[in-house]
Write a protein that binds this ligand. Structure first.
Ligand code: OAA
Ligand code: MG
Length: 193
Protein backbone atom coordinates (compact mmCIF):
# COMPACT_ATOMS: atom_id res chain seq x y z
CA UNK A 1 0.00 0.00 0.00
CA UNK A 2 2.63 2.49 1.10
CA UNK A 3 4.92 2.43 -1.94
CA UNK A 4 2.04 2.53 -4.41
CA UNK A 5 0.27 5.42 -2.73
CA UNK A 6 3.33 7.58 -2.33
CA UNK A 7 4.26 7.26 -5.99
CA UNK A 8 0.71 8.29 -6.96
CA UNK A 9 1.00 11.28 -4.64
CA UNK A 10 4.03 12.51 -6.58
CA UNK A 11 1.94 12.57 -9.75
CA UNK A 12 -1.03 14.55 -8.34
CA UNK A 13 -0.61 16.15 -4.94
CA UNK A 14 -3.92 17.23 -3.42
CA UNK A 15 -4.75 19.75 -0.69
CA UNK A 16 -2.05 20.85 1.74
CA UNK A 17 -2.98 21.36 5.38
CA UNK A 18 -0.41 23.35 7.34
CA UNK A 19 0.09 23.60 11.09
CA UNK A 20 1.27 26.98 12.38
CA UNK A 21 3.19 27.73 15.58
CA UNK A 22 3.63 24.04 16.34
CA UNK A 23 7.11 24.76 17.70
CA UNK A 24 7.36 27.18 20.63
CA UNK A 25 10.83 28.38 19.58
CA UNK A 26 9.44 29.55 16.22
CA UNK A 27 6.38 31.22 17.82
CA UNK A 28 8.82 33.11 20.07
CA UNK A 29 11.16 34.16 17.24
CA UNK A 30 8.21 35.91 15.53
CA UNK A 31 6.92 37.22 18.90
CA UNK A 32 3.66 35.26 18.58
CA UNK A 33 1.72 33.69 21.46
CA UNK A 34 2.14 29.91 21.86
CA UNK A 35 -1.25 28.40 20.88
CA UNK A 36 -3.03 25.83 23.04
CA UNK A 37 -4.43 24.00 19.96
CA UNK A 38 -2.93 23.65 16.44
CA UNK A 39 -3.44 26.69 14.20
CA UNK A 40 -4.28 25.41 10.70
CA UNK A 41 -4.25 26.97 7.25
CA UNK A 42 -4.46 25.54 3.72
CA UNK A 43 -2.46 25.71 0.51
CA UNK A 44 -4.01 24.63 -2.82
CA UNK A 45 -2.41 21.97 -5.10
CA UNK A 46 -1.10 24.84 -7.29
CA UNK A 47 1.36 25.62 -4.46
CA UNK A 48 3.44 22.49 -5.17
CA UNK A 49 6.84 22.94 -6.83
CA UNK A 50 9.40 20.22 -7.37
CA UNK A 51 13.17 20.38 -7.88
CA UNK A 52 14.04 21.64 -11.35
CA UNK A 53 11.39 24.40 -11.20
CA UNK A 54 11.84 27.79 -9.49
CA UNK A 55 10.21 29.21 -6.39
CA UNK A 56 8.57 32.46 -7.57
CA UNK A 57 8.55 35.55 -5.36
CA UNK A 58 5.00 37.00 -5.67
CA UNK A 59 5.00 40.40 -7.39
CA UNK A 60 3.37 41.97 -4.30
CA UNK A 61 5.98 40.81 -1.73
CA UNK A 62 9.36 42.22 -0.72
CA UNK A 63 10.03 39.85 2.17
CA UNK A 64 9.70 36.17 1.21
CA UNK A 65 10.72 33.76 4.01
CA UNK A 66 11.53 30.07 3.99
CA UNK A 67 10.21 27.70 6.70
CA UNK A 68 11.62 24.15 6.55
CA UNK A 69 9.04 21.57 7.62
CA UNK A 70 8.36 17.87 7.79
CA UNK A 71 5.41 16.88 5.56
CA UNK A 72 3.19 13.84 6.17
CA UNK A 73 1.66 12.26 3.05
CA UNK A 74 -1.80 10.73 3.54
CA UNK A 75 -2.19 7.32 1.88
CA UNK A 76 -5.69 6.40 3.09
CA UNK A 77 -8.49 8.93 3.59
CA UNK A 78 -10.76 9.23 6.61
CA UNK A 79 -12.88 11.42 8.87
CA UNK A 80 -12.58 11.63 12.68
CA UNK A 81 -9.58 9.25 12.70
CA UNK A 82 -8.66 8.16 16.26
CA UNK A 83 -5.03 8.68 17.28
CA UNK A 84 -4.65 4.92 17.76
CA UNK A 85 -5.36 4.31 14.02
CA UNK A 86 -3.67 7.45 12.63
CA UNK A 87 -0.44 5.85 11.41
CA UNK A 88 -2.43 3.46 9.16
CA UNK A 89 -3.32 6.58 7.11
CA UNK A 90 0.30 7.68 6.52
CA UNK A 91 1.88 6.73 3.17
CA UNK A 92 5.21 8.48 3.74
CA UNK A 93 7.00 11.73 4.37
CA UNK A 94 8.22 14.78 2.48
CA UNK A 95 10.76 17.52 3.08
CA UNK A 96 8.80 20.76 2.52
CA UNK A 97 9.23 24.50 2.52
CA UNK A 98 6.35 26.65 3.72
CA UNK A 99 7.26 29.74 1.67
CA UNK A 100 5.75 32.78 3.37
CA UNK A 101 5.37 36.38 2.20
CA UNK A 102 6.12 37.67 5.68
CA UNK A 103 5.33 41.31 4.86
CA UNK A 104 1.85 40.30 3.65
CA UNK A 105 1.32 37.97 6.62
CA UNK A 106 2.18 40.83 9.02
CA UNK A 107 -0.49 43.04 7.39
CA UNK A 108 -3.05 40.18 7.51
CA UNK A 109 -2.25 39.52 11.18
CA UNK A 110 -2.64 43.19 12.14
CA UNK A 111 -6.02 43.38 10.39
CA UNK A 112 -7.24 39.97 11.57
CA UNK A 113 -7.44 38.73 7.95
CA UNK A 114 -6.71 35.20 6.63
CA UNK A 115 -3.13 34.43 5.51
CA UNK A 116 -4.07 33.22 2.01
CA UNK A 117 -2.04 35.76 -0.03
CA UNK A 118 0.93 35.29 2.32
CA UNK A 119 0.99 31.49 2.31
CA UNK A 120 -1.03 29.93 -0.55
CA UNK A 121 0.42 31.52 -3.72
CA UNK A 122 1.80 29.47 -6.66
CA UNK A 123 5.10 27.68 -5.76
CA UNK A 124 4.67 28.31 -2.01
CA UNK A 125 5.17 24.61 -1.24
CA UNK A 126 8.46 23.15 -2.56
CA UNK A 127 8.59 19.41 -1.77
CA UNK A 128 10.87 16.40 -1.99
CA UNK A 129 10.17 12.82 -1.02
CA UNK A 130 11.78 11.66 2.23
CA UNK A 131 12.25 8.34 4.01
CA UNK A 132 11.81 8.55 7.79
CA UNK A 133 10.80 6.38 10.72
CA UNK A 134 7.34 7.20 12.19
CA UNK A 135 7.07 10.12 14.61
CA UNK A 136 4.99 10.42 17.80
CA UNK A 137 3.37 13.86 17.23
CA UNK A 138 1.75 12.77 13.98
CA UNK A 139 -1.18 10.67 15.32
CA UNK A 140 -2.44 13.67 17.31
CA UNK A 141 -2.34 16.01 14.28
CA UNK A 142 -4.06 13.50 11.99
CA UNK A 143 -6.78 12.88 14.55
CA UNK A 144 -7.21 16.60 15.30
CA UNK A 145 -7.42 17.68 11.64
CA UNK A 146 -9.66 14.82 10.47
CA UNK A 147 -12.32 15.78 13.03
CA UNK A 148 -13.34 18.62 10.71
CA UNK A 149 -11.43 18.16 7.40
CA UNK A 150 -11.86 14.75 5.74
CA UNK A 151 -8.39 13.57 4.79
CA UNK A 152 -8.00 12.15 1.28
CA UNK A 153 -5.37 9.98 -0.35
CA UNK A 154 -2.60 12.27 -1.59
CA UNK A 155 -3.19 15.07 0.95
CA UNK A 156 -0.12 16.53 2.63
CA UNK A 157 0.14 17.83 6.20
CA UNK A 158 2.91 20.35 6.93
CA UNK A 159 3.79 20.01 10.60
CA UNK A 160 5.16 23.52 11.30
CA UNK A 161 8.59 25.08 11.31
CA UNK A 162 11.14 25.09 14.12
CA UNK A 163 12.95 28.41 14.67
CA UNK A 164 15.43 29.71 12.11
CA UNK A 165 13.23 31.26 9.40
CA UNK A 166 14.73 34.06 7.33
CA UNK A 167 14.35 36.03 4.11
CA UNK A 168 15.26 34.80 0.62
CA UNK A 169 16.05 36.97 -2.44
CA UNK A 170 15.48 36.45 -6.15
CA UNK A 171 18.41 34.64 -7.81
CA UNK A 172 19.15 32.78 -4.53
CA UNK A 173 19.72 29.04 -4.78
CA UNK A 174 18.02 27.61 -1.66
CA UNK A 175 19.34 24.44 -0.04
CA UNK A 176 17.07 22.84 2.57
CA UNK A 177 17.50 19.57 4.35
CA UNK A 178 17.66 17.30 7.32
CA UNK A 179 21.28 16.53 8.09
CA UNK A 180 22.49 13.22 6.58
CA UNK A 181 18.93 12.28 5.47
CA UNK A 182 17.79 14.48 2.58
CA UNK A 183 18.56 17.79 0.90
CA UNK A 184 16.77 19.68 -1.85
CA UNK A 185 17.67 22.72 -3.90
CA UNK A 186 15.49 25.41 -5.53
CA UNK A 187 16.24 28.59 -7.45
CA UNK A 188 14.26 31.70 -6.48
CA UNK A 189 12.93 33.95 -9.28
CA UNK A 190 10.54 36.92 -9.31
CA UNK A 191 7.01 36.19 -10.59
CA UNK A 192 6.62 37.68 -14.08
CA UNK A 193 2.92 37.39 -14.96
O1 OAA B 1 3.93 31.66 9.62
C1 OAA B 1 4.02 31.16 10.74
O2 OAA B 1 4.78 31.63 11.60
C2 OAA B 1 3.24 29.93 11.10
C3 OAA B 1 3.78 28.73 10.43
O3 OAA B 1 3.57 28.52 9.25
C4 OAA B 1 4.62 27.77 11.18
O4 OAA B 1 4.74 27.90 12.40
O5 OAA B 1 5.19 26.88 10.54
MG1 MG C 1 4.92 27.05 8.44
Amino acid sequence: MTARNISRFWEWGRKIICVGRNYADHAKELKNAIPTEPILFLKPPSAYVREGSSILVPRYSNNLHHEVELGVVIGKGGTAIPESAAMEHVAGYALCLDMTARDIQDVCKSKGLPWTRAKAFNTSCPVKRLHLPDDFLIPYLISYISEFITLEEGDLILTGTPKGVSAVQEHDQLQAGIQDVVTMSFRVDRQEK
